[in-house]
Design a protein around this ligand. Structure first.
Ligand SMILES: C[S@@+](CC[C@H](N)C(=O)[O-])C[C@H]1O[C@@H](n2cnc3c(N)ncnc32)[C@H](O)[C@@H]1O
Length: 423
């Protein structure tokens, strides 16, 4: 009890001396009220926090849920939801002082069911989060303009949310723009709906407006159920050390989902200790190493289609790194192509995010043999020529084989006719 008393005073002093870089301009400016009574007299940036919380609370079911609060600041929402029965909340914020304050509040008021993470909402954090938690609800309030400042690309944010939304049923969203991150286009209803739909939520509704609007977005399970028959499933144990590679694939499959160059990725779910990844079944397609008798014209179309895909990769700054015949799916009727197995795909400037040393070692050992005999000799240098080299080699082999078979065919024909003549 004594600790609480001193703790409150310490907390007040601490806040007065903090420089929250994510919100205010002066020391001690906080975005939220402290969600417990500590009699704080300082300046609070946002005056409608309790009303915002009520709107969300009245429009969702918050019992026994796992909640992710992105850009949680000192955790007003996180703590409020942690107080709902059976909920567990994870709050992520890039502002160190905000997280330190939240940690202190957690300790001071003995809130067990909340984890606080300091960091930018990026791939590494998302990968670690999905390893540990299955979230039911995401809260994305007044942080989108900050994320845009970080990424300058809404698609990257969409993709991160999609990586999370495989277990998430509901997302609460407060669009935002401020003098520090001014993105007025994020505020139009049309764009808000587009953003939420692209994140994988088909039901979208405006709940109300205070200082800013609050939206609710939900997954429509009926839609997913109806496409059951087109699934192709990859299944991996949750404890498997290679899970990070599958998550890497999941990230890029989401990114490329509308491009028609890989097999369409629906979602993953965790069940019975496994993570099940649902992809489009490529009906009518065969892997290139099963297609033995392609003629010269077909090879030419295939080459063109493959290079078109590489152009698309280049536009997005991506390298596949494992383009081997087994990963090239071809429709022999139309010569349409899809590239699969994106486990080792990277942005040219990044490496696959790994957590443990075990993952790092595993990745390094894979990279040594990746691509097999099609791989560029200097396999450590990843550039756009890397994939190009592999595709060129594959096509060359196909051409050689095709000529070889053609000449052999002529030869057999010739010998046959000659024998007939002699006889
Ligand atoms: C305007 S406040 C909103 C706080 C809270 N979500 C709310 O609505 O009351 C934005 C918060 O997002 C955090 N933030 C900014 N960029 C971030 C990023 N890239 N990743 C995680 N948090 C970020 C800031 O530090 C700040 O605490």
């Amino acid at each position: 009890m004594n600790y609480m008393k001193n703790g409150k005073q310490e907390l007040r002093d601490m806040i007065q001396n903090m420089d929250f870089d994510g919100v205010g301009s002066g020391k001690g400016d906080i975005y939220h009220e402290i969600p417990f009574d500590i009699n704080y007299q300082g300046d609070i940036k946002r005056q409608d926090n309790f009303e915002r919380f009520d709107i969300i609370l009245n429009n969702g079911v918050f019992q026994n849920k796992n909640i992710l609060d992105i850009g949680c600041n000192i955790g007003f929402f996180s703590f409020k939801f942690a107080r709902q029965s059976g909920c567990h909340v994870v709050g992520v914020d890039s502002d160190f002082d905000a997280i330190v304050t939240a940690e202190y509040i957690k300790k001071c008021f003995h809130v067990e069911n909340i984890d606080l993470i300091h960091g930018f909402f990026n791939r590494k954090i998302v990968n670690n989060l999905i390893k540990k938690y299955d979230f039911d609800i995401i809260i994305l309030n007044s942080v989108i303009h900050w994320l845009m400042d970080y990424y300058h690309d809404l698609d990257k944010i969409v993709n991160l949310v999609r990586c999370l939304n495989n277990t998430v049923q509901v997302l609460f969203y407060e669009p935002s723009s401020s003098h520090s991150g001014f993105y007025p286009e994020l505020l139009s209803h049309k764009n808000i709906k587009n953003f939420l739909h692209s994140c994988g939520f088909s039901k979208v509704e405006l709940l109300g407006k205070l200082d800013r609007e609050i939206w609710k977005a939900q997954v429509d399970y009926n839609k997913i159920k109806h496409s059951d028959n087109v699934f192709w499933i990859k299944k991996i144990k949750l404890s498997d050390a290679r899970l990070f590679l599958y998550m890497n694939e999941c990230y890029f499959s989401q990114l490329l989902r509308d491009k028609n160059i890989t097999s369409f990725f629906y979602r993953y779910i965790n069940r019975d200790g496994f993570r099940w990844f649902f992809y489009e079944r490529l009906n009518g397609f065969k892997s290139l190493n099963q297609l033995h008798n392609l003629n010269i014209d077909q090879i030419q179309i295939l080459e063109r289609n493959l290079f078109d895909i590489l152009k698309e990769f280049k536009k997005l700054g991506l390298v596949h790194r494992d383009i081997i015949p087994r990963n090239i799916m071809v429709n022999p009727e139309t010569m349409e192509v899809r590239i699969i197995d994106l486990e080792f795909m990277v942005y040219i400037s990044e490496e696959i995010p790994t957590g443990s040393n075990q993952e790092k070692e595993y990745l390094n050992s894979c990279l040594k043999t990746l691509g097999g005999r099609y791989c560029k000799p200097d396999r450590d240098i990843f550039d756009f020529d890397y994939d190009k080299y592999m595709v060129t080699k594959i096509i060359r082999n196909l051409r050689i084989n095709s000529w070889y078979y053609r000449v052999r065919y002529w030869y057999v024909e010739f010998v046959d006719r000659f024998k007939k003549l002699v006889n």
